[in-house]
Ligand binder design. Structure first.
Ligand code: FES
Length: 186
């Protein structure tokens, strides 16, 4: 198989083997032996809750639920609200800035409803740093020449949970053309 997920181009070699099938490490699309993609995507997910980080979620189990609510803002920022069964909520803001065709800078900050006595800020920073670095590894395996013009069908395949990203692209196309630019492909 090509070492490229047909969802968002992550390298499948960075994924894992699940029940004898290949599972992409990014969003979990699964490829069976005939090479067709299946998937699961949820906004309420079960997440590992290792003991050393349990003060972050306020949950004492090895697995916890994360209720994630994502909002995207033009051009490159998003607000991610994560709610745990304990009632603790974290709001993560991401702002992305393109640097050149192959690189971008990500800034991230977080708001929280719990206190320093509940969970030290440094623990939250270490936790997010670990997660962001895992994401960075697989994100860097995706093709930076992502398709913006959705009329180029067949380059990527999408599912319902991709809708925010799909809605953003025509706006990016409009922004490009308002600046007299056109999408250029390698
Ligand atoms: S599941 Fe492979 S890139 Fe999304």
């Amino acid at each position: 198989m090509k070492d490229r997920c047909c969802h968002r181009t992550a390298r499948l070699s960075k994924g894992r083997c699940k029940d004898g099938n290949i599972q992409c490490g990014y969003h979990g699309w699964v490829y069976n032996r005939s090479g067709r993609a299946g998937f699961y995507a949820e906004t309420v997910i079960d997440a590992a809750n290792p003991e050393r980080f349990q003060r972050i979620s306020g949950v004492k189990d090895a697995i916890t639920q994360r209720h994630m609510r994502n909002a995207y803002y033009q051009q490159f920022s998003r607000r991610l609200a994560i709610e745990y069964p304990s009632g603790i909520r974290h709001i993560i803001i991401n702002a992305f800035t393109p640097i050149d065709d192959g690189r971008m800078q990500l800034c991230q900050w977080q708001f929280r409803i719990d206190t320093e006595a509940d969970c030290p800020a440094q623990m939250l920073i270490d936790f997010d740093d670990e997660i962001t670095r895992e994401d960075k590894d697989i994100l860097e395996s995706t093709d930076p020449d992502a398709v913006v013009d959705l009329r180029r069908r067949g380059v990527e395949y999408s599912m319902d949970s991709d809708r925010p990203g799909i809605l953003i692209r025509p706006r990016l196309m409009a922004l490009l053309s308002s600046a007299g630019e056109a999408e250029v492909h390698r």
